[in-house]
Design a protein around this ligand. Structure first.
Ligand SMILES: Nc1ncnc2c1ncn2[C@@H]1O[C@H](COP(=O)(O)OP(=O)(O)OP(=O)(O)O)[C@@H](O)[C@H]1O
Ligand SMILES: [Mg+2]
Length: 508
């Protein structure tokens, strides 16, 4: 073997109350795709922040291509050819793709003016060299998340990075976009780039990574060659116990209709039609899943039910009462809980203490908060007095779910509930959602994960272009069939097929 691209030796990083990295070791070979796996709060993002110069380690040594490196700022890391794609992108939304890529390194023409033509040309060259199709002139606000991620990748390639760090890049992507990203990884690897890839999804590790380093509670547990390791083995190394991949599900005992949506129409934030004559019912004691490609009205549907988005026409009935024009506060009081898709924007106040975040909608005091922290295994070093924004991504998600379930809602709307969660936490959340169902609650689940939909739902509604194209009971829901419905493809045994592509044309 040649010299490793990266050696992190005995890295320690202490935050008040916790050693986020406790003598961690990581060796990454040049030209490999190296996965980093670990529970929520295990220290993955911290380790990568140390490598990228966002945090300075309290101890340990970093060697880049065999040479000891002092990385104190991201600029030091960039000078060493290291680039990082953060989970929350850092793009300027009203700038174009090319403008974002050259930001800070603008080409000037001979009059000293910004040379956008040169920037667009360079962007086009890079994008064709790495098969990262983008339109250099498109504005960020008008392109999909998957596209935005490509822009982030181009941005670091433009800065000549040959070590690329990705912190949970797939958490925000649809299954189709994930497949494309994994292809891009392979192309980058073929060009000699070295990739570090954080993910909670074992399937993705199996599909893309050469080796995988497992962290647990701030320590290195092992580094394995991926093709020789079973998914189960990786999962167990990561949590230190056996994981139940198959959920125990009792048959559903559906009761009366809790939520009834009648011919609903709603527009998205740009005023374009997003929910298009959608009708759906959810009964007490059942989980109804909405399966569909991102951008087909899911976000607007949940926002309308919760009262965040005005309804143009149609009705929303909760236990027979028309709530179409009711305020959010009234809906919460009536017993509707909501786990939103974008946890930082709608779910949490990052500057609040954790106990405040847990009580945002309640009025109970600690030990109530401590109780939820224990039940949901929220890893927070200062307990209820941890700043919410200092929690790891997955632990923020657990906090929202804990709060919403603590309200004992009659209707629970959950959107992407396990995004960014480790397999142990997913198992727990899934069990809790099914427990809510068994207590007679109505659950409406929106997820891009077909496995999650198939594992939890009693009935599955496929959504396309803002309306329901078909509803199937769980037993009949073969993965392929839902996939076809999600694409809006008609099948002879559906009564009212709507064959059509996505209205927004968000996929290239
Ligand atoms: N800026 C910070 N201040 C205080 N504590 C922090 C800070 N950043 C991280 N921590 C703590 O360090 C630990 C490791 O967090 P880190 O974000 O590295 O976990 P992670 O493995 O990336 O988890 P996840 O999978 O949930 O993203 C956690 O206990 C977290 O609360
Ligand atoms: Mg993280």
């Amino acid at each position: 073997m040649n010299t490793p691209a990266i050696e992190m030796i005995d890295i320690t990083k202490v935050f008040p109350g916790i050693a986020a990295n406790d003598h961690v070791n990581l060796t990454v070979w040049e030209g490999e795709i190296h996965a980093l796996l670990g529970e929520n709060g295990a220290g993955k993002s911290t380790l990568m922040s140390v490598l990228f110069g966002i945090h300075e380690a309290d101890g340990g040594v970093i060697r880049i291509r065999g040479k000891e490196a002092a990385i104190k700022t991201p600029n030091d890391a960039i000078a060493l050819g290291i680039g990082m794609v953060h989970q929350h992108f850092k793009l300027v939304h009203n700038f174009t793709v090319a403008e974002n890529i050259v930001l800070g390194l603008e080409c000037r023409n001979r009059f000293g003016n910004l040379d956008m033509a040169a920037a667009e040309k360079k962007t086009a060259e890079l994008s064709s060299a790495y098969g990262l199709a983008v339109d250099p002139r498109a504005r960020i606000e008008n392109i999909t998340v998957g596209m935005q991620q490509r822009v982030e990748i181009l941005k670091i390639l433009y800065r000549n990075a040959d070590i690329l760090i990705f912190d949970e890049p797939t958490a925000v992507l649809t299954p189709q976009e994930i497949d494309e990203l994994l292809l891009i990884f392979n192309r980058l690897k073929a060009e000699g780039k070295t990739i570090i890839f954080i993910t909670h999804k074992l399937k993705e590790i199996k599909a893309a990574a050469d080796r995988c380093t497992v962290l647990r509670r701030g320590r290195t547990i092992d580094t394995v060659i991926v093709k020789d390791a079973e998914e189960m083995e990786l999962a167990e190394k990561m949590v230190g116990r056996t994981i139940n991949f198959k959920l125990e599900r009792k048959p559903a005992r559906p009761g009366g209709i809790i939520l009834r949506i009648e011919d609903l129409q709603a527009a998205d934030s740009r005023g374009l039609p997003a929910v298009n004559g959608l009708s759906l019912e959810v009964r007490a004691g059942e989980v109804v899943g909405v399966a569909g490609v991102d951008g087909n009205g899911q976000a607007e549907l949940t926002a309308a039910i919760y009262g965040l988005l005005p309804v143009i026409s149609g009705r929303i009935l909760f236990k027979g009462r028309d709530i179409t024009r009711k305020s959010i506060a009234e809906r919460i009081k009536m017993g509707i809980a909501y786990v939103p898709e974008d946890r930082q924007r709608y779910g949490l106040v990052l500057d609040f203490y954790l106990y405040e975040s847990l009580m945002l909608k309640g009025y109970r005091k600690p030990p109530f908060a401590q109780n939820l922290i224990d039940q949901f295994d929220i890893r927070a070093e200062k307990g209820p007095l941890t700043r919410t924004g200092d929690l790891s991504g997955g632990n923020q998600q657990k906090a929202i779910i804990a709060r919403e379930l603590s309200l004992s809602p009659e209707l629970l709307i959950v959107s992407q509930p396990t995004r960014g969660l480790d397999v142990g936490a997913i198992e727990y959340i899934h069990t809790r959602i099914l427990a809510e169902r068994d207590k007679g609650r109505a659950v409406l689940l929106i997820s891009f994960e077909l496995d999650e939909i198939l594992g939890l739902c009693d009935r599955i509604a496929a959504i396309s272009r803002g309306s329901v194209v078909g509803i199937v009971p769980a037993e009949e829901a073969a993965e392929r069939r839902i996939g076809a419905m999600m694409g809006g493809v008609a099948s002879p045994d559906w009564k009212d097929p709507v064959p059509a592509p996505s209205i927004r044309g968000t996929h290239d």
